[in-house]
Design a protein around this ligand. Structure first.
Ligand SMILES: [Zn+2]
Length: 407
């Protein structure tokens, strides 16, 4: 009898434990469902301007659905079809302050071809601010956009951890622009796109730029961005090709301060001999640069009186932010980024350089390629090859930022 009772009790406990286990598993499954199957998640969409100011647009694809927004005229084309849009007929005189959505194209079974590239998502044709011209805008999901971008901004065959770091940086850059409407504000008019696919913003890719590696880097960091401060603010996240040995803060290069940034050493770039440069600038041209700096207010007006005096440069470091020059006995201080702005990216590929005066020439010795702010792509490649994770890479270049998953 006692044995029987014991057995029943045991069975009862086992049943209870099984039930508890089932409840826990069910709860975990429910919690995991949106993440695993993507039923409830919301992946943001992004509108990327592929080309601007076109007179004609030629698009092709299979089973296309074409919609003219004016008149709500929808047409389906079976099989392969090329569609030509003539933009010069839109309005020859009128300029559009606010873009008008003219047509949209979708291919439910495939891709849309535009200028030798193939794209996923919707392709929109909108009026350009210039009369008789239009812009082509691709609307796709954030993660598809990021995967294509990785091949263009980095290289699809680079180690996944480097690509993941780039994916987080580029995603934050894009989402920050969308959230703040930065593109519209800068353009000074309403735009139908969030970002441009160009070096001005970030260079996006097309369908055939993506591969397993770029997809893996994108989807394994899905929804992850960088935030800073107690309020977990989203700030613009910058990146560049190679820093030359030390990264810079945004205010070192541009006028504006951005919260959370710090300049950090980058070992991988110090070792790179291929990213060194040596340039010469004519003294006459250099004096013109000084006059321009006075006109623009980068140097105080009083310096005009000393422009023809003998010039002497105060010894400075490769990674210092400013250069001090004596014009006679008058000292002027100039930000390195001001040189780059005036002489251009060919003479000054980076903001890490030294200058010296030598007879009638100014000699420039530098390292790196790009503005040097934020994530250094070649530095990240070096770290990933050494086995660093993308989290460690991001923590190095953005020591005050934190990783946050927002979808
Ligand atoms: Zn670097």
């Amino acid at each position: 009898m006692n044995e029987h009772l014991k057995e029943e009790k045991l069975i009862g406990i086992v049943k209870l434990l099984t039930l508890l286990f089932a409840v826990v598993v069910l709860a975990e499954l429910q919690a995991a469902t949106p993440k695993v199957y993507g039923q409830r998640e919301h992946i943001p969409k992004i509108k990327v301007r592929l080309k601007k100011d076109l007179r004609k647009v030629l698009l092709s694809g299979t089973d296309l659905k074409r919609k003219f927004h004016i008149g709500n005229d929808v047409k389906h084309f079976r099989g392969r079809k090329s569609i030509k849009f003539n933009c010069s007929g839109v309005s020859k005189k009128k300029t559009f302050k606010k873009p008008i959505l003219l047509a949209s194209l979708r291919s439910p079974t495939g891709l849309i071809a535009f200028e030798k590239e193939k794209y996923t998502g919707d392709i929109h044709i909108v009026t350009s601010p210039k009369p008789g011209k239009c812009d082509v805008v691709q609307e796709t999901t954030m993660e598809k956009y990021i995967s294509g971008l990785l091949a263009k901004e980095m290289n699809a065959v680079w180690p996944t951890e480097a690509l993941k770091a780039q994916a987080v940086a580029a995603r934050t850059y894009a989402l920050q622009k969308i959230k703040t409407g930065a593109t519209k504000k800068k353009a000074g008019y309403e735009t139908y796109f969030d970002l441009e696919s160009s070096e001005k913003h970030q260079v996006g890719g097309s369908f055939f730029d993506t591969n397993q590696n770029t997809d893996k880097a994108t989807w394994s960091t899905k929804g992850e961005i960088l935030v800073t401060g107690d309020k977990q603010m989203m700030t613009p996240i910058f990146f560049h090709a190679t820093c030359g040995g030390h990264t810079l803060r945004p205010d070192h290069v541009w006028q504006n301060k951005v919260a959370g940034y710090e300049g950090v050493p980058c070992k991988g770039c110090v070792k790179r001999e291929d990213k060194k440069y040596h340039q010469k600038v004519d003294l006459l041209r250099f004096r013109k640069f000084l006059s321009w700096s006075i006109d623009k207010g980068f140097i105080e007006k009083k310096a005009t009186l000393y422009l023809e005096r003998k010039m002497r440069v105060v010894p400075h470091k490769l990674y210092g932010r400013t250069i001090r020059i004596y014009l006679g006995d008058y000292l002027v201080k100039i930000k390195k980024s001001t040189f780059r702005r005036y002489f251009g990216r060919v003479l000054f590929p980076s903001n890490n350089f030294r200058i010296s005066f030598n007879s009638n020439k100014v000699r420039v010795y530098g390292r790196g390629l790009g503005h040097g702010v934020g994530l250094c792509q070649l530095g990240a490649l070096d770290m990933a090859r050494k086995g660093w994770s993308y989290k460690k890479i991001l923590a190095h270049y953005f020591p005050k930022h934190k990783l946050k998953k927002i979808y």
